[in-house]
Design a protein around this ligand. Structure first.
Ligand SMILES: Cc1cc2nc3c(=O)[nH]c(=O)nc-3n(C[C@H](O)[C@H](O)[C@H](O)COP(=O)(O)O)c2cc1C
Ligand SMILES: Nc1ncnc2c1ncn2[C@@H]1O[C@H](COP(=O)(O)OP(=O)(O)O)[C@@H](O)[C@H]1O
Ligand SMILES: [Mg+2]
Length: 209
């Protein structure tokens, strides 16, 4: 059960991702149990755990933050910065919070990798308030997704109620946002021309489909 302790506002070192991060995972968006939207009001794009099992078999289960991109050939997205429909070949890099594991509240028997895509960090955070409306895009099942995991937030827990689970995920969104807003992490989302070559490489990888 979740310990009754206050949560830290950020996770991971301010100086930037520390080994084993960043971790690259890819896959097509698959169907989960259909609970994210229906029970929680929090859609999560599920990808197969195969890539994780192959490349990082020892990665601990838990909640993480990072950056995702969706293949623009399969899913055309509105660019949050301009309001234009982005039909070009340039994918949009988006902040994300994710869960890797067995969802103890639901007692799953197979490990899932589930990603909630958050709105651009330039927009006000919808999850800064209690009982928020979580970010919702049009469905993009089967779309190829690239994910760069940048840091670990917490272990998975069981909860006394669905409301307690939703509230903890709301705080996860805030922790992910504040963590990604730090200078050493922002560069994974936005090319400011100052990024080190390894960060530029990771951004290029994110956009490669
Ligand atoms: C950021 C985040 C944190 C989560 N933390 C937990 C958790 O601590 N315990 C848990 O049982 N499930 C957790 N979940 C998983 C939800 O229970 C899961 O998203 C939901 O069951 C939807 O599953 P579905 O995609 O199969 O429909 C988390 C999900 C997200 C996005
Ligand atoms: N912000 C978002 N983050 C992740 N997926 C989203 C988002 N908005 C819409 N979706 C869509 O919702 C689907 C996930 O909903 P969910 O209720 O978790 O169903 P499932 O159990 O099939 O994963 C994703 O596969 C995606 O197509
Ligand atoms: Mg899901």
């Amino acid at each position: 059960m979740r310990p009754d302790k206050p949560r830290d506002p950020v996770a991971g070192p301010d100086a930037g991702p520390e080994s084993p991060y960043p971790i690259r995972l890819s896959g097509p968006v698959i169907k989960g149990f259909g609970r994210g939207s229906k029970d929680l009001g929090i859609p999560t794009a599920n990808i197969p755990a195969d890539d994780l099992s192959e490349k990082h078999p020892d990665l601990t289960t838990g909640v993480y933050y990072g950056v995702v991109a969706l293949d623009p050939k399969e899913f055309a997205q509105e660019n949050g910065l301009t309001g234009d429909i982005e039909n070009s070949h340039k994918p949009i890099l988006q902040p994300a919070v994710l869960s890797i594991g067995y969802n103890p509240y639901y007692k799953n028997t197979v490990r899932s990798v589930e990603i909630h895509i958050m709105p651009p960090l330039t927009q006000p955070s919808p999850t800064a308030v209690a009982r928020p409306k979580f970010n919702r895009l049009p469905d993009f099942y089967d779309t190829h997704l690239n994910l760069l995991i940048l840091g670990y937030i917490r272990p998975e827990f069981d909860y006394v109620s669905v409301d307690a689970l939703i509230e903890d995920i709301r705080v996860d969104c805030e922790v992910a946002r504040e963590s990604l807003l730090r200078d050493a992490y922002k560069q994974y989302l936005v090319d400011d021309g100052q990024g080190a070559s390894d960060i530029n490489e990771d951004r290029t990888w994110l956009s490669s489909f």
